[in-house]
Design a protein around this ligand. Structure first.
Ligand SMILES: Cc1cc2nc3c(=O)[nH]c(=O)nc-3n(C[C@H](O)[C@H](O)[C@H](O)COP(=O)(O)OP(=O)(O)OC[C@H]3O[C@@H](n4cnc5c(N)ncnc54)[C@H](O)[C@@H]3O)c2cc1C
Length: 401
């Protein structure tokens, strides 16, 4: 609940994952002294709730750079009693990757420090709607409070920043099997070995159809193979993939597929065990049958292999969490491909309406609203990751105030 009586703020920030935390750090550094921050739990976002057991794809040094990029963070790091998440991270090999629980703990420590600051008023709850009125240039932001879900409160500010995150696509627009034909596994569960082992039966034959070859798909295959060679000897995988494995590659001063290619442990595992030349002889290959679903082959491949599968796992990407209902002067603003009343523009970290005019004071960051970047050979990607969010925010937040 708010510690302040007044509900007028300089900015309202929605979401307390790594992106929301980074927004707070930047706005405070720029001198905003009255910020409302809203999240149901203030517990580090998805990196803490879902990815603690995932190996990072970025080096430790990038997490450290994130935590020391702005003065408010440096103050928190210095004033947090040791040992803390920062001192623990400092002791890791900075050039290596790490388990994401280190990054999650760091995010939680920064959150705890931010919540103590007098400039920050926090509301545990969910933003359900926000309306901008042109006549007073103010967003009215409605919050359903977590402590009493039947009561709402409203806060007011000229700036509204959405850091609302993304979640795995549970079922693609065109599912490859009819609903309920095969039991569906949840990607979040498969990325958490401590709960995955209970999600699958141990003593009966289980065949999981894994759809995709993304970073998350490879992490999922790693975890499932680990189960097959330890506690679940009857577990087998059918891996449906339509393109060769794609790796991030160090070029001359830049990284090809920096945001979409395989990195870290997932890349090592894929190179050593999943490549066509390795699969027939690798340990993982004892449990995996690879099925080619490249264009033209998919229908026949699914038809012949699915009857033998007991479970299906889609690892086909992430999509934005549903946004609060947004409106301007009472007119609803929709963010979808058909109605471009709200178009994300990472050039300035804001939104345009259908006339390509800036929607005043509305901004975004994080995995839901990432920066669009082009590499030297003009491949376009979305820049996702703690330090990339921070770098983006350092560039755009001065334009927001
Ligand atoms: C498998 C995987 C591995 C990754 N590995 C790395 C890595 O190694 N290194 C790296 O730097 N990055 C990594 N990332 C990318 C990225 O850092 C994480 O996805 C990160 O969690 C995104 O942070 P976020 O703040 O944008 O979103 P989230 O962490 O999803 O946080 C969003 C927050 O907003 C809240 N929220 C949503 N809607 C509302 C609402 N209406 N009202 C109030 N609150 C709301 C949510 O409850 C949540 O707390 C990885 C991502 C994935 C998927």
């Amino acid at each position: 609940m708010s510690r302040l009586v007044s509900h007028n703020y300089a900015a309202v920030v929605v979401g307390a994952g790594p992106a929301g935390v980074a927004v707070l750090g930047n706005l405070l550094e720029l001198g905003l002294n009255k910020i409302a921050w809203i999240d149901p739990t203030f517990d580090g976002g998805r990196v803490n709730s879902k990815y603690r057991e995932v190996p990072s794809n970025t080096k430790v040094s990038f997490f450290r750079s994130y935590a020391t990029s702005v003065q408010p963070f440096r103050n928190i790091v210095q004033s947090t009693r040791t040992p803390n998440a920062f001192s623990v991270m400092n002791k890791l090999d900075q050039d290596d990757t790490c388990s994401l629980h280190y990054a999650a703990d760091m995010c939680k420590d920064l959150t705890a420090g931010l919540l103590k600051m007098k400039q920050v008023s926090h509301y545990r709850g969910e933003v359900t709607s926000a309306n901008f009125e042109d006549h007073n240039s103010t967003w009215t932001v409605r919050i359903r409070l977590a402590d009493s879900p039947t009561s709402n409160t409203e806060v007011f500010a000229p700036r509204l920043i959405l850091c609302t995150g993304s979640a795995p696509i549970a079922t693609p627009a065109q599912p490859v099997v009819a609903d309920n034909a095969i039991e569906q596994l949840d990607l979040d569960t498969v990325l958490k070995p401590s709960i995955l082992h209970e999600a699958l039966p141990k003593n009966e034959p289980v065949t999981v159809a894994v759809i995709g070859a993304s970073h998350s798909a490879i992490l999922a295959i790693m975890n499932l193979v680990d189960l097959a060679r330890t506690s679940h000897p009857n577990l087998r995988l059918k891996w449906f993939t339509r393109h060769p494995l794609r790796y991030a590659e160090f070029m001359d001063g830049w990284i090809l597929r920096d945001n979409t290619g395989l990195k870290g442990q997932a890349a090592e595992f894929a190179r050593e065990q999943l490549e066509d030349s390795r699969l027939p002889v690798s340990e993982a290959g004892q449990f995996i049958e690879k099925v080619d679903t490249s264009k033209g082959k998919e229908t026949a491949a699914y038809a012949s292999h699915f009857p033998n599968c007991t479970h299906i796992l889609y690892a086909v990407g992430y999509k934005r969490n549903p946004l609060p209902r947004l409106s301007r002067n009472g007119r609803v603003l929709l963010l979808n491909d058909d109605h471009k009343q709200l178009e994300w523009d990472s050039g300035f970290g804001g939104f345009l309406d259908e006339h390509k005019e800036v929607i005043p004071g509305l901004h975004g960051a994080g995995i839901a609203f990432p920066e669009r970047v082009a590499d030297p050979i003009r491949n376009v990607e979305h820049a996702v990751g703690f330090f990339k969010f921070m770098k983006f925010l350092k560039r755009v937040t001065p334009m927001w105030i």
